[in-house]
Design a protein. Structure first.
Lengths: 172, 436
């Protein structure tokens, strides 16, 4: 009962870990905001981090904080598209050039087609696809980020895949 | 994985990072923005506390206005022993936001009665007296009690409020504080006889508009006030002089909350033990939770102050609760032995160790030990301990051990949190595990 495990000082709180969390997560957050179509992904990521910071003591684990962060980014992107005068436009994706264009030309062309197909999806379908295939999230985690049910996520993913497959078949 | 899925993954991975995020630059920008936001954005509790204080004050004023209106319309009732009217010049002042937020005022459905309790120097480190306000709230059978401490100098303040079924502090049908008891009386009773340690004490039966049953109030002589440990008996008597009910053989010799209600901001007679506790969910972001415990001398004993402060400098003023004993949210935390947590605020707790103990160990149900800090500054007759737990960690009986410097267990106890309020009858309460 009086084991050595007993510590008389309290363990540090998560607040002191925020900087480490920020440094680890800011780049993927910017990327997520970009994929979701935010006009200024860096600004959206910073805004999301600010909101997270205000509620930092509420979170027990990094996973909880990450889930909250994802949800904020999703909401910010929705707000952006809702407010935007250009809401009818679809997000634009630029493909990274990591090797010679000649070597990767074919692959890149496929990527462009896929990204064009993703851009044509509805907002919810696009969110579900990005969270599923870029963030590798489970349906429940996607549902939490999108503030919807796992069943809806399954529906969005199913319809998105059908739509994308049809789009790509037509293009080939 | 289908070909389409593979393509989607590759395509998304190939999307350029729009800024090739410069983490260092972004972190500095973030810090500057966060700091500016903190300075310009009022923490929610800074709004909440004054708002809650104002709301509480308005509620009290409303209570008084309603009460006076009812009194004005019912002057002809002229009870034989009217007690003390709860009038505007007795309006309790909320000394700080913490008191107002810690003690929500249930809506009265009856006209309140106020009883003055004379100065009890044994129990108050500063001269003054208490006023006890009693009324029915929410429904016609729920008795609520507010105790207000009025020092000889300085503003009066509320030290406790509780309603039947809410706290161990109110034991249906008898509530008690330092030096007084009150309770409801049987329908036929018109007066009450009360003794403390065999000696008769002054007692009165009073009713007000909206009260389905009268209440009785008795104040003990100073010699019988210490912690409510006097052996108290009472008999209810009807108009014909017949006894229609009587109280218990005696009060429990161990007060249910011996240090539940020390006066606010008592003068320390010891050095102050300061504990840096983990913040709670309810605390503002970026805050620190600092608990100070000191010994106030006399029978008041131990007091605590809980500060929740913003980080960023020792000079920052407290932004949230500051309490000295009257933290009150002790609902359902019932000590079953000596030296158990004397106070609890949120999920922070503190208490006094038995003589000779230097360490305190609390074990939760899965065998995990809760970190507990201890201290014994100069002037403290015993050491004190403090800790914080996650919500739900103490929802079951939890062994608590007190160890001496050699690691020997010199006392053990069980800290129980009950899931239902106690069921009380004639001052004897039964808890949901069947214990009393």
């Amino acid at each position: 009962m009086a084991g050595d495990a007993l510590r008389l000082d309290n363990p540090p709180r998560r607040l002191t870990d925020f900087e480490a969390f920020y440094r680890r997560r800011i780049a993927p957050t910017v990327r997520l905001a970009a994929l979701l179509g935010c006009e200024d992904p860096e600004n959206a990521a910073q805004e999301a981090m600010l909101r997270l910071h205000r509620r930092w003591p509420d979170f027990a684990t990094d996973a909880d904080a990450s889930a909250f962060l994802r949800r904020i980014v999703v909401n910010l992107s929705r707000d952006y598209w809702r407010r935007s005068q250009l809401r009818r436009r679809k997000p634009r994706y630029d493909v990274t050039v990591t090797a010679t264009v000649e070597d990767l030309a074919v692959v890149h062309e496929e990527h462009r087609e896929v990204l064009a197909g993703i851009a044509r999806l509805s907002t919810r379908q696009r969110e579900a696809v990005i969270l599923r295939y870029w963030q590798d999230l489970a349906e429940a985690e996607i549902a939490a980020a999108m503030n919807t049910s796992a069943g809806s996520v399954k529906t969005h993913l199913s319809r998105a895949m059908r739509s994308l497959t049809q789009y790509l078949e037509v293009r080939r | 994985m289908t070909g389409t899925e593979t393509l989607i993954r590759e395509a998304l991975a190939a999307v350029a990072d729009p800024q090739q995020a410069d983490v260092e630059r972004m972190w500095h920008e973030f810090q500057a923005t966060a700091q500016a936001t903190t300075q310009t954005r009022r923490p929610h509790n800074q709004w909440f506390i004054p708002l809650a204080a104002a709301t509480a004050t308005l509620l009290v004023m409303g209570l008084i206005v309603v009460g006076r209106a009812q009194l004005d319309s019912g002057r002809h009732e002229a009870p034989a022993n009217p007690g003390i009217e709860f009038s505007l010049d007795r309006l309790p002042t909320w000394q700080n936001g913490a008191s107002a937020t810690a003690f929500p005022l249930p809506t009265p459905v009856s006209t309140p009665i106020a009883f003055d309790v004379a100065a009890l120097t044994n129990n108050m480190p500063r001269p003054g007296h208490s006023r006890v306000v009693v009324y029915y709230a929410d429904n016609p059978s729920r008795l609520c009690v507010i105790e207000i401490f009025r020092p000889t100098t300085g503003a009066e303040h509320t030290t406790s409020i509780a309603c039947e079924g809410q706290s161990a502090y109110v034991n249906t049908p008898v509530s008690r504080g330092f030096g007084w008891i009150l309770g409801t009386v049987p329908p036929a009773a018109t007066r009450v006889k009360v003794t403390a340690d065999g000696q008769p004490v002054n007692a009165e039966v009073v009713t007000r508009t909206g009260m389905p049953r009268p209440v009785f109030f008795a104040q003990f002589p100073e010699s019988n006030t210490v912690g409510g440990t006097a052996s108290v008996r009472w008999w209810f008597i009807d108009a014909g002089g017949r006894t229609v009910g009587e109280g218990p053989e005696a009060f429990p010799t161990t007060p249910i909350r011996p240090t539940n209600n020390p006066p606010y901001r008592a003068t320390p007679v010891s050095e102050i033990a300061t504990f840096d506790l983990p913040t709670q969910r309810s605390d503002p972001p970026g805050s620190r939770r600092i608990l100070q415990i000191y010994y106030a001398g006399s029978s008041v004993g131990w007091c605590s102050k809980l500060h929740v402060t913003k980080s960023g400098g020792s000079g920052d003023p407290p932004t949230a609760a500051e309490d000295c004993g009257a933290t009150a949210p002790t609902d359902r935390v019932i000590p079953s032995g000596a030296f158990l947590p004397a106070s609890e605020y949120g999920n922070s707790f503190w208490g006094v160790m038995p003589p000779g103990a230097t360490r305190t160990v609390v074990v939760v149900t899965d065998g995990k030990q809760i970190p507990v800090q201890t201290a014994q500054p100069t002037g403290m007759p015993n050491g004190v301990y403090a800790g914080s737990v996650a919500a739900g960690e103490l929802d079951h009986p939890n062994p608590m051990y007190f160890l001496d410097a050699e690691g020997r267990v010199i006392a053990a106890a069980s800290w129980r949190r009950f899931t239902r309020p106690p069921s009380c009858h004639e001052g004897v309460c039964t808890y949901d595990d069947g214990g009393q």
